[in-house]
Design a protein around this ligand. Structure first.
Ligand code: BTN
Length: 342
């Protein structure tokens, strides 16, 4: 499929634009244009058509500007500054970097996509996001500390997203282990960390981040949990280019710190953002369920749950969710308690 961004660029001011005008400027006419418009709609772009007026966007969409993003990353002194590619559509930005043919140039490489046809989430789930109106990007990174647990990379990613969102003015952002970024109304962002075996001395990881900015109800209906949209929460037009730059610089700095000194410095920071600290939770590892109280992460990034007999369990993979009132002893459900050490 051709790059559809020239059409989006033409329509992004929300003005009615005739098919002939689109054809003249983008070179896409007739049947090709019809196909392109159908593809844009299928990607989730809110487009309207009237015979006598042509096409227009019913709500704003502003494309991510690769040149400006590169400039912003250069200004921030980032290793990735010269290795950013913003693409129109890709199956998954993570896959794009995992399949990268030259491992020696992978470190710091960034792929940002306006649309993912096969976005992937954790635990084999899909990641849905309307095209041109959300943020889907991946960063490849070389891990230098032998002791760095991969799970801690994803925790660091979650923290970087929270810090970035707070920086642009969003409050009450918290983390649900391992790395769901939550607002009081639902999930704002998710992180998928995958490894790339390069044959080089150091392990490379690909950190994929999806931030919900604007999703139509049709997209929301496909997602099995409540999701929050940054655009709605912030109530203003978000500049996805500068948001990407802020996120990538914060993330790179955090990853450099982890390469230097491991995760332990971040554990306390993560626990301050833990949505379930002190709450009655159920930790799930495969089929095993552990009921107890959420105690946050330890220095290796494992989530600790204290069961009703006082034993501390460390979850290394799996999920933690709130215990429903019916499952939990009334007195301690969602009660905040003092954190105790494992
Ligand atoms: C989750 O399940 O919460 C993780 C979602 C991760 C989605 C992002 S979007 C960019 C990158 N590419 C993918 O295919 N997935 C990640």
């Amino acid at each position: 499929m051709q790059d559809l961004r020239p059409i989006v660029r033409l329509l992004q001011n929300q003005r009615w634009t005739s098919g002939a005008e689109i054809g003249k400027i983008t070179g896409c006419f007739g049947e090709d244009l019809e196909q392109a418009i159908a593809a844009l709609k299928a990607r989730g772009l809110p487009l309207e058509y009237q015979t006598e007026r042509g096409y227009r966007l019913t709500s704003p969409a502003m494309l991510i500007d690769e040149e400006r993003l590169t400039g912003l990353l250069q200004d921030a002194g980032l290793v990735s500054a010269t290795r950013v590619s913003v693409v129109d559509a890709v199956d998954s930005t993570n896959s794009r970097l995992l399949d990268w043919a030259e491992p020696a140039t992978l470190h710091g490489r960034v792929c940002v996509a306006e649309y993912q046809s096969d976005g992937r989430g954790r635990q084999g789930r899909p990641w849905f996001a309307a095209g041109y109106r959300n943020l889907t990007l991946s960063l490849a990174w070389r891990i230098e500390q032998d002791t760095t647990e991969l799970s801690t990379v994803s925790l660091v990613g979650g923290l970087a997203v929270c810090d970035c969102l707070e920086d642009i003015g969003l409050s009450q952002v918290c983390l649900k282990w391992p790395n769901d970024v939550m607002s009081p109304v639902g999930k704002l962002a998710g992180i998928l960390v995958e490894t790339k075996s390069t044959g080089l001395e150091h392990l490379h990881v690909v950190i994929g981040i999806g931030i919900n900015i604007h999703n139509a109800s049709a997209v929301k209906a496909r997602i099995e949990q409540p999701i929050a949209d940054l655009g709605t929460l912030m109530g203003s037009k978000l500049d996805r280019t500068s948001l990407s730059a802020k996120l990538l610089s914060g993330l790179s700095c955090a990853l450099e710190r982890v390469n230097r000194s491991g995760f332990s410095d971040c554990a306390q920071k993560w626990n301050k953002r833990d949505a379930y600290m002190g709450c009655a939770v159920i930790g799930t590892i495969g089929d095993q369920k552990i009921q107890g109280q959420g105690l946050g992460v330890d220095d290796s990034g494992a989530y600790r749950v204290r069961d009703d007999r006082g034993r501390i369990h460390r979850l290394i993979s799996g999920e933690v969710r709130l215990r429903r009132a019916a499952d939990a002893p009334k007195a301690d459900h969602r009660a905040k308690v003092k954190q105790s050490r494992a």
